[in-house]
Ligand binder design. Structure first.
Ligand SMILES: Cc1cc2nc3c(=O)[nH]c(=O)nc-3n(C[C@H](O)[C@H](O)[C@H](O)COP(=O)(O)OP(=O)(O)OC[C@H]3O[C@@H](n4cnc5c(N)ncnc54)[C@H](O)[C@@H]3O)c2cc1C
Length: 455
């Protein structure tokens, strides 16, 4: 019997939007599921209805791209089945479990493109659970989505392009940016320079943000190490850090935004039983896929940052390529030259990524050296010391076993927040390479849902 059910796309960011446009152009009417109330994903997140900030103010250099992606999606709304405010919380046996309007409903699929994007990658440090400490992405969402700053005197700490971008956005919006503290040493950026220069406008934008911050008298420091966030009256009041020379310094502030690059949202790919491999460049386990987004699981495709961090431009290309792969597999004729062009562009961007990761290395040593008292898993209140105890006395040589012993990664976030650092703490305690202790398995619900929705 012919199965002509429409394809399903999870995520309406740049990857999902482009996949939807490609399928719609081929006459298919995909179902597009997204937990957000509007399309655009993280980078092109739209302001809520009634907010009137101009595109230039919201998206800066990316205003024209944001407009193009939004307009393209709005233009196909009539020919797709778009379901915003819909969280996909499970995937198995050819069906997605979706939370919408407080109820869970099943969406069976014949073929599915997973494009769920990424989230902040963090390393806990003493005091990180104090009110007023946010991730970089969280700080940006407050500004972009609600027009709010996370504080009046904000310290930005961590590494990666988002560190400078969000600090610049805050400075431009009128917040008092106290300092931008990068854990990456200056030498790493200097070494990565030839590769960064091939990034053209992306690199130029980074230089612009740094120059803009310095021009406002904001301290921009490299090679720092966080010591602790201090609190007063149950809120953050200072960040203590060591500078590149090892001198301890203290900055008064009422908010901290921190993050160390991004982690792919891979739980749905995991539930789809796609095999994973360790990616030494991105320092994370990633679901296996080819350049077209095909996986070893028939009719499950991956696109965008959810299958490896490559940025918004790559997400658009990958979304289109995955949709073309799906069309080819359904027997449609596709433009072979377009396919070749997309794959060429994706290969080029993957090459640039190596330079970005080298310029802003994930500071594994900070996680490995975390003090025993630091709360590592905030959902379950598990400290780094308790995880080390599991590694030693309880002989937990694998991350899921350590989770069973300690409950680290078993709470509301399912290890999405603490997982990357927990794995490093465990591996360091066991004296094995990070990839040697495995990865936290994805579990449903991939994000918290109310019990009432499934009872
Ligand atoms: C918080 C944050 C802020 C960022 N800001 C910038 C920036 O300002 N500039 C920049 O260049 N890059 C930024 N990035 C990186 C950039 O967003 C990505 O490179 C790009 O958006 C990737 O596109 P994508 O379509 O793969 O994923 P995304 O744009 O992340 O889109 C994924 C979509 O999937 C939806 N989704 C995820 N999981 C589910 C689920 N289980 N069920 C239903 N829907 C789901 C999300 O709501 C989202 O709309 C940011 C990343 C993050 C995490």
């Amino acid at each position: 019997m012919m199965d002509d059910r429409p394809p399903v796309i999870v995520g309406a960011g740049p990857a999902g939007s482009c996949a939807a446009a490609t399928l719609a152009a081929a006459g298919l009417a995909p179902i597009v599921l997204d937990e957000a109330p509007a399309s655009g994903g993280q980078i092109y997140r739209r302001a809520p209805a009634g907010f009137t900030r101009p595109y230039r103010a919201l998206y800066g250099f990316e205003a024209a791209k944001a407009r193009r992606v939004h307009d393209a999606f709005d233009g196909i709304k009539g020919s797709i089945d778009y379901r915003p405010d819909t969280l996909v919380w499970d995937l198995r046996h050819g069906a997605l479990q979706c939370l919408t309007g407080g109820r869970s409903r099943e969406v069976p699929y014949r073929d599915v493109i997973l494009a769920p994007g990424a989230r902040d990658r963090i390393i806990p440090f003493p005091g990180w659970t104090l009110p007023g400490v946010y991730t970089l992405g969280g700080a940006q969402i407050a500004l972009k989505h609600q027009g709010c700053a996370i504080g009046r005197r904000v310290v930005f700490m961590g590494t990666g392009p988002l560190l400078y971008l969000v600090a610049w956005q805050y400075a431009k919006a009128g917040a008092d940016v106290t300092a931008v503290l990068d854990t990456a040493p200056f030498a790493a950026k200097r070494r990565a320079l030839p590769g960064l220069l091939r990034g053209g406008s992306t690199f130029a934008k980074g230089l612009w943000y740094v120059a803009g911050l310095r021009a406002r008298g904001i301290v921009v420091a490299n090679g720092v190490r966080p010591v602790a966030a201090e609190g007063k009256d149950a809120a953050v009041s200072a960040l203590v850090y060591r500078d590149a020379a090892g001198t301890e310094r203290r900055l008064a502030c009422d908010a901290i935004a921190f993050g160390f690059g991004l982690s792919s949202e891979t739980q749905l790919a995991d539930l789809a039983e796609i095999p994973f491999t360790w990616d030494p460049v991105q320092q994370q386990f990633l679901p296996e896929r080819d350049l077209a987004g095909r996986t070893s699981v028939p009719r499950v495709y991956l696109a965008g940052d959810g299958s490896g961090i490559a940025g918004a431009d790559a997400a658009e290309l990958a979304g289109e390529r995955a949709a073309l792969a799906l069309l080819e597999d359904r027997g449609h004729e596709v433009d072979k030259r377009r396919v070749a062009g997309l794959e060429r562009a994706l290969r080029r961007i993957a090459g640039l990524r190596v330079a970005f990761e080298a310029a802003f290395p994930f500071p594994v040593d900070i996680a490995a050296g975390m003090s025993d008292e630091t709360v590592l898993c905030r959902c379950e209140g598990v400290t780094a010391g308790e995880l080390r105890h599991a590694a030693g006395a309880l002989e937990a040589g694998e991350i899921n076993r350590a989770k069973a012993f300690t409950r680290c990664g078993m709470g509301r976030c399912q290890g999405r927040v603490c997982g990357p650092a927990a794995a490093i703490v465990l591996a360091a305690a066991l004296g094995v390479p990070r990839e040697g202790i495995g990865r936290l398995r994805g579990q449903p619900p991939v994000k918290p849902i109310p019990m009432a929705a499934v009872s």
